[in-house]
Design a binder for this molecule. Sequence first.
Ligand code: C5P
Length: 226
Amino acid sequence: VSAPDLAGRHVVVSAGGTREPLDPVRYLGNRSSGKQGYALARTAAARGARVTLIEANTGITDPAGVDVVHVGTAVQLREAVLKAAADADAVVMAAAVADFRPAAYATGKIKKKDGEEPAPVALVRNPDILAEIAGERPRPGQVVVGFAAETDDVLANGRLKLARKGCDLLVVNEVGERKTFGAEENEAVVLAADGGETPVPYGPKEALADVVWDLVVPRLGPAGLD
Ligand code: C5P
């Protein structure tokens, strides 16, 4: 059993992958399973935190002792995260948020027409929730953590992303065939804005989650009143 070093703290974790609808039956999505986010939520609860888990399209059963908010799209995820972050000591964005969404939503199913080429799908940018939270820090002293999946120059790209997003910690993992998506295990390096670099060997997603909380705890501001 881990130390209750998150007792008296409220943490927000996002998990899963957003789905951006084209029409009532179709969406643009991604392969995020949500397992890493659930591992973060479970381990935080085990360490004594009050946990709000904002979940997008995982199909995973709600963990006991965790407040779960179910969302579908990036815009809904943003609203739920901003609301929960208002009094949070830490926010961990483990969800895979679609960078773009279809510019238009068809209220009826899009039909194919004989002899016609398909219409191109126009996209617009989704808000960058991590950058927004890291920039605004809804609560003073809040610790903000992001995730990055990279396929090459993992550490160099991770450093650039950490700076661009303005978060305190960035969990970088190399993705590729066989790696990470949907797997039970993960391998990563956690980069810190203060220059720290913590490699986490291939192992259960719970183990990586505990390393993240180990790095969050010493960075937390003074405990609040809740
Ligand atoms: O830019 P990229 O998608 O690689 O960044 C990944 C990190 O940023 C993850 O922590 C993800 O949850 C977050 N993100 C976000 N809003 C977006 C895109 C990504 O919060 N629109």
